[in-house]
Design a protein around this ligand. Structure first.
Ligand code: KIV
Length: 265
């Protein structure tokens, strides 16, 4: 398989070919996920919950992210590696530049930040310095206390318009990818159509340019309540590698996500 690049993702958006992303936290997962054709590996700060057993992603540190990014980069074949900047590690542009450098030197090729228009200056500065970014909108788990729980975001005209405007401003500032989490299907569709950059969705319906899931969730290893947008691909697979291959096939063919995995406006 050819190496995923920003250029190849843009080509996929143009031609309408869907792309796939899965999280990984170690070398074995990264090898399994990338060798089955996944386009992007996300070293997500979800590792705080699924690896470390914490209640939220808030306790995750830069040291944790650097460690897991290094592990993933050793197992990866051709996927693009994207890594999260954790809670309060992008409070100023200067702090973000230092933390982005640490993640890139550990093997990340794209840096993911949670937040809206307040990050435009930081995104512009990173882009000028050669650091590609993915901006995570909608349900941003690092702000779970402020959001009052893990709830669908962008419902109602005002909230929807604000998210559309955030997406537009961040793309104009130089964001290379957007990620929408728990956003009503019609709103995610509108955002994906209104920006030129690739848009990844999780709980955002079938009309974004790509899809992402937490690898433990799609392998049927969800701890606690299974979110509505999760499908257990192990249910009909003989091995984890087969489950990942089925996920890739289903996203590319438009079979996943199905309507029941999304949210109404
Ligand atoms: O940290 C993570 O794994 C994420 C995904 C759920 C999108 O941000």
């Amino acid at each position: 398989m050819a190496k995923t690049t920003l250029h190849s993702l843009l080509e996929m958006k143009k031609t309408g070919e869907k792309f796939t992303c899965l999280t990984s936290y170690d070398a074995t997962q990264a090898h399994m996920v990338s060798s089955q054709g996944t386009d992007i590996i996300l070293v997500g700060d979800s590792l705080g919950m699924v690896v470390q057993g914490r209640d939220s992603t808030v306790p995750v540190t830069m040291a944790d992210m650097v460690y897991h990014t290094r592990c993933v980069s050793r197992g990866n074949t051709d996927a693009m590696i994207m890594a999260d900047i954790p809670f309060m590690a992008c409070s100023t542009p200067e702090q973000t530049y230092d933390n982005a450098a640490a993640l890139m030197q550990a093997g990340a090729e794209v840096i993911k930040l949670e937040g809206g228009r307040w990050l435009c200056d930081t995104v512009r500065g990173l882009s000028e310095r050669g650091v590609p970014t993915c901006l995570h909108l909608g349900l941003t788990p690092q702000s779970v206390s402020m959001l009052g729980g893990y709830k669908v975001q962008g419902r109602g005209e005002e909230a929807a318009n604000r998210m559309i405007e955030d997406a537009r401003l961040l793309a104009e500032a130089g964001a290379n990818i957007l990620l929408l989490e728990c956003v009503p299907t019609p709103l995610a569709r509108e955002i994906a159509r209104s920006v030129d950059v690739p848009v990844i969705g999780i709980g955002a319906g079938p009309d974004t340019d790509g899809q992402v899931l937490v690898v433990y969730d799609m392998l049927g290893m969800t701890h606690g309540r299974k979110p509505r947008f999760v499908k257990n691909f192990m249910a009909e697979a003989g091995s984890p590698a087969e489950a990942v291959a089925q996920y890739v096939t289903d996203v590319k063919s438009g079979t996943f996500p199905a309507p029941e995995h999304g949210f109404e406006a």
